[in-house]
Write a protein that binds this ligand. Structure first.
Ligand code: URA
Length: 208
């Protein structure tokens, strides 16, 4: 990003811990200024699946780990139901700092823009190179449009495992927070069932 130092990604051979340590000092865009900390990915090198969300939320920003807030609880429940052990997957985000604006006492999520996503991309590429998952799953449109294609439509292509220049095949499904935003209990049940179906289909296609 113009006017900012590039993401300080260590050279090849760095471990995930080395990457995490280096990412803690990243100032490749201005999001670090208002965030509590960098929220790096979580999981082991060699994890079979990589899940990629948009950016940390309020709880993640405070705790330093991805998907630990309400969306994370929804994700955990759906993964378990789809027969996917979260401990065996790598969970991360396109952007590693929480972007927010104040509303009263609350910090309201704001979607990271294209320049912020680009500035953060070296971290995701380094995570991919280190983890070498068998497949990548984008959670929501921001991740899908960042990693698959700008005009990807989650509603049309969700759950399909596609070849990718990133290396491992890639798929997309809804973001778990979209389930939390469903207008009523019935819509929420339907959205949740669709999410579990996508995750199960992807895992069945790739092989757990
Ligand atoms: N939403 C995301 O996209 N990622 C998180 O880590 C938490 C909420």
């Amino acid at each position: 990003m113009e006017g900012f130092p590039p993401a300080p990604v260590p050279s090849n051979g760095a471990s995930l811990d080395d990457l995490r340590t280096a990412a803690a000092g990243c100032q490749a865009c201005d999001l670090w200024e208002r965030a509590t900390q960098t929220v790096f990915g979580e999981g082991k090198a060699g994890a079979w699946l990589m899940l990629v969300g948009e950016q940390p939320g309020d709880k993640e920003d405070l705790s330093g780990a991805p998907f630990v807030g309400p969306a994370g609880e929804m994700l955990d429940q759906a993964l378990a139901e789809a027969g996917i052990d979260r401990r065996l997957v790598y969970v991360t985000n396109v952007v590693k700092h929480f972007k927010w604006k104040p509303r009263g006492k609350r910090r309201i999520h704001q979607k990271p823009n294209a320049a912020e996503q680009r500035a953060c991309r070296p971290w995701l590429d380094a995570e991919l190179a280190r983890v070498r998952p068998r497949a990548v799953v984008c959670l929501g449109a921001t991740a899908a449009q960042s990693l698959i294609s700008r005009d990807f439509r989650v509603t049309q292509q969700r759950g399909e495992v596609l070849p990718s220049p990133l290396g491992p095949p890639i798929a997309a499904t809804v973001h778990p927070s979209s389930i939390l935003r469903a207008p009523d209990a019935e819509a929420r049940r339907t959205a949740y069932a669709g999410f579990v179906t996508d995750l199960r289909r992807i895992a069945d296609t790739v092989g757990r």
